[in-house]
Design a protein around this ligand. Structure first.
Ligand code: SF4
Length: 508
């Protein structure tokens, strides 16, 4: 299979940069349905623009290029050892070209392998079939949405829904609860893969496999087809909306399978995928490894834009300009719902940087600074660096640290996505700071607003975790937690919880 490695490189790059048509269409329809003037509408416009930019520039759709899962079918006799080796080679090459962020770390030492390879990474699942060709399907699933996967063991009691029994009504309650608990942290609008039954480990695997189905297909089982439709309709009544800002577009797909279980166990396993639903596949000639056909798309049809040409996120004139470093007065004047345009310096910091900042002194002055929860994709250019992808990461992971860091270093803004908890909210109020919400996954959109001016802790923490210094130009974000104790995330969780009760009771 002399072309196999190149075919795999094409597959990896296309999957990372060009969303499949079913996802594009679903996102385009969601954008048209949402109120364009709402925060969720603005978020969808940025996401749509980002998807189109990523295809145009062959850049990563999201900076979190995700965990790679390969589902491979081969005729009898194909050498799977060689295939694995060549896929690994293709992944390392795609990483070198900046199409994938170095995203694989040693679970004990935290050291980044630098090439997306390591024990258990990527995931390969081989199966033999009786066809003459090789089929390779690939899913790239990011950490933010992976962290919102959830497994229920029924019967159980759920917030706002009460008891979920071992029947289809109980299963439906679990799935709706899964959507609600994700709020904006999984970068909705999301899509679900669900498995009813099986054991714990296989249940999650079967759930993930459902994400390989096209969003517009129909489940061959009429009972499950009906359940999929009901969940989709009911989830979109909850009002979680894009990025959890509140709105009509919460879910773009729900795909369900059922697998036999032990009489004593009844699991409902839910795999939550974000709007950056990167999934593609190819059919290959088993002799040469050359691509015979792309799956999920018709290459004779042009790639459909999510936003019509010339349309996308538009400034309204009501945005507030923030010049960093920020003063306490500027920050205290902000309130939840304000849209801001940031200019000036900001510095990135995510999990490893937060841990470092708690245990050692900061390598840079953070007084008045904006700390951006972001693990960018960076490319060396001469002596400097180019920002290749730089959307926000999920902030709630830093909840145990953030209040102490705000207090110790005098930060005036923390920026990420999905919001933070009560401890951070109290610190924002006490020390005069805000939480700014950037649009999750909008990696290309934000990369164009940022110039790299330096980096700290690169050798110690690696590319995604290092503290990158950026100069921002008109970087758009929304204040979702202010210095007066208000949180949009708390408000939306409360109102959507009440809607969940109504939906569960059949009164929505
Ligand atoms: S869009 Fe959000 S959840 Fe999805 S991979 Fe990107 S950052 Fe993670």
């Amino acid at each position: 299979m002399q072309f196999f490695r190149d075919s795999m490189l094409d597959l990896v790059i296309e999957t990372s940069t060009n969303l499949p048509p079913d996802v594009r269409q679903a996102m385009s329809a969601a954008t048209r349905r949402e109120n364009a003037h709402s925060q969720a509408g603005q978020a969808l416009a940025i996401i749509g623009q980002n998807i189109d930019m990523a295809y145009q520039d062959e850049g990563a759709i999201c900076q979190d290029t995700g965990f790679l899962t390969f589902e491979i079918k081969t005729p009898v006799g194909v050498n799977q050892i060689v295939m694995k080796r060549e896929i690994q080679d293709a992944i390392a090459e795609a990483t070198k070209r900046g199409k994938l962020r170095p995203n694989s770390v040693d679970s004990i030492t935290g050291k980044n392998s630098g090439n997306n390879l390591g024990p258990g990474t990527p995931a390969f699942h081989f199966e033999q079939w009786e066809k003459p060709d090789v089929e390779v399907r690939l899913l790239l699933k990011g950490g933010g949405c992976e962290n919102k996967n959830i497994q229920y063991s029924v019967p159980c009691t759920l917030d706002h829904l009460g008891r979920a029994d071992r029947d289809l009504a109980g299963v439906k309650k679990c799935i709706l609860h899964a959507v609600w608990q994700a709020q904006g942290q999984g970068c909705g609008p999301g899509a679900l893969g669900v498995c009813i039954g099986s054991d714990r480990a296989s249940g999650y695997h079967h759930a993930k496999l459902q994400l390989f189905r096209s969003l517009d297909d129909t489940n061959p089982d009429p009972v499950l087809a009906q359940l999929e439709q009901e969940v989709l309709a009911d989830a979109n009544k909850l009002g979680v909306g894009a990025m959890g800002f509140g709105g009509t577009e919460t879910l773009i797909g729900c795909k369900i399978t059922a697998a036999n279980r032990l009489p004593a166990s009844f699991f409902v396993s839910v795999a939550y995928d974000c709007w950056a639903f990167r999934r593609l596949g190819v059919l290959l000639d088993a002799d040469t490894g050359a691509i015979k056909q792309w799956l999920y798309r018709d290459p004779s049809r042009p790639v459909e834009r999510v936003m019509p040409e010339g349309e996308g996120f538009k400034l309204t004139g009501h945005e507030i300009r923030l010049e960093a470093p920020l003063t306490e007065a500027a920050v205290r004047a902000l309130k939840v719902g304000d849209v801001v345009l940031i200019n000036g310096p900001m510095v990135t910091g995510r999990d490893a940087a937060h841990s470092y900042l708690l245990h050692y002194d900061s390598p840079c002055d953070l007084k008045g600074a904006i700390l951006y929860h972001c693990g960018p994709v960076m490319m060396r250019e001469g002596e400097g660096w180019r920002v290749a992808a730089a959307g926000p990461t999920t902030s709630i992971r830093e909840e145990p640290y953030e209040a102490d860091i705000i207090k110790r270093y005098g930060l005036r803004a923390v920026m990420g996505k999905g919001g933070m908890g009560k401890k951070t909210l109290a610190a924002l109020k006490e020390f005069g700071a805000v939480y700014l919400h950037a649009i999750g996954g909008a990696a290309q959109f934000y990369a164009q607003c940022l110039k790299a001016t330096g980096v700290d802790l690169l050798d110690k923490l690696g590319v995604p975790e290092a503290m990158w210094h950026f100069e921002a130009k008109d970087f758009v974000a929304i204040v979702t937690m202010d210095a007066h104790g208000n949180s949009l995330h708390e408000d939306v969780a409360t109102t959507t919880g009440l809607e969940l009760e109504k939906v569960g009771a059949g009164k929505a």
